[in-house]
Design a protein around this ligand. Structure first.
Ligand code: COA
Length: 257
């Protein structure tokens, strides 16, 4: 089994179940991820997915280098096509994805975390894009997503030196939102996911789109996009519910309508 999925209603916890190979990305692991993404897309009540790795050594050690050694060039191309599709599916999903970085997140593992909307890490976990030291470059969106997440100068620092940073430095760089004690990571990540999941689903979807799609647009077009995303929220029952809940001094109950 490549993934272990825990269904908690509005939140799911997905664990990469490959500790012996440091949760690296094999063809089977990737197929499993794409299958879970397709399944999750059909779960309307699901609002936030937490992705983590099995054990305390690695979140994900990048491509499965043992499998890679026996792959043809054509198979490597197919792998990259499927990886790109999976990471784009995470990024463009209406659900919010949170990476709970329990250990090393290197290469494709770091890129998986970068495709997620939020990242929290266990103290001591290491993140990095070591590809230029391996004769390649980040090939799972790392050059683009790292620069967008933390800025061009910081992305060049990490990618061109290939250095690994500990969670604490990753937090200072803005690469992770919080660093927590390793034994508390799962609970903290789920509680963070709870902060997301209590909000209006249409608002979450539209805010995520406005940020991601607006980023590469000129300002006027980006503001137009934000306005369209905002307008889409105005007609929802959840907006009316939020106003009613405020007047009645209670928490809103959102349905995603
Ligand atoms: N693919 C396949 N197997 C991997 C792997 C990977 N990316 N990373 C680690 N493993 C395997 C090791 O080969 C080893 O297998 P073995 O027990 O059969 O010898 C096992 O996982 C444990 O590895 P080890 O290095 O002893 O674990 P560690 O806990 O001391 O260190 C890492 C974990 C992730 C820091 C370290 O394994 C590492 O740096 N891996 C390579 C990361 C990398 O460069 N990825 C590619 C980026 S492009």
């Amino acid at each position: 089994m490549e993934w272990i999925v825990e269904d908690r209603g509005e939140i799911e916890l997905w664990t990469i179940a490959g500790e012996a190979r440091r949760n690296s990305i094999s063809t089977a692991m990737l197929a499993g991820l794409n299958a879970e993404l397709a399944r999750a897309a059909g779960r309307r009540e699901l609002r936030c997915v937490v992705i983590t790795g099995q054990g305390d050594k690695a979140f994900c050690a990048g491509a499965d280098l043992k499998e890679r050694a026996g792959m043809s060039t054509g198979q490597v191309h197919a792998f990259h096509r499927d990886l790109r599709a999976a990471l784009r599916a995470i990024e463009s999903s209406p659900k919010v994805f949170l990476a709970a970085v329990n250990g090393a997140a290197l290469g494709g593992g770091c890129e998986l975390a970068l495709a997620c909307d939020l990242r929290v890490a266990a103290a001591g976990a290491e993140l990095g894009l070591p590809e230029v030291g391996l004769g390649i470059i980040p090939g799972g969106g790392g050059t683009q997503r790292l620069a967008r997440a933390i800025g061009v100068a910081r992305a060049k620092d990490l990618i061109l030196t290939a250095r690994r940073v500990k969670a604490e430095e990753a937090a200072a760089l803005g690469l992770v939102s919080a660093v927590v004690a390793p034994g508390r990571l799962r609970e903290e990540a789920l509680s963070w996911a709870g902060l997301v999941a209590r909000n209006a689903p249409v608002s979450l979807r539209q805010a995520k789109r406005a940020i991601d799609e607006g980023f590469s647009l000129p300002m006027e077009e980006a503001l137009d996009l934000e306005n369209r995303m905002y307008q889409d929220c105005l007609g929802t029952r959840d907006r009316v519910e939020a106003l009613r809940a405020f007047a009645e001094k209670r928490k809103p109950v959102f349905t995603g309508e």
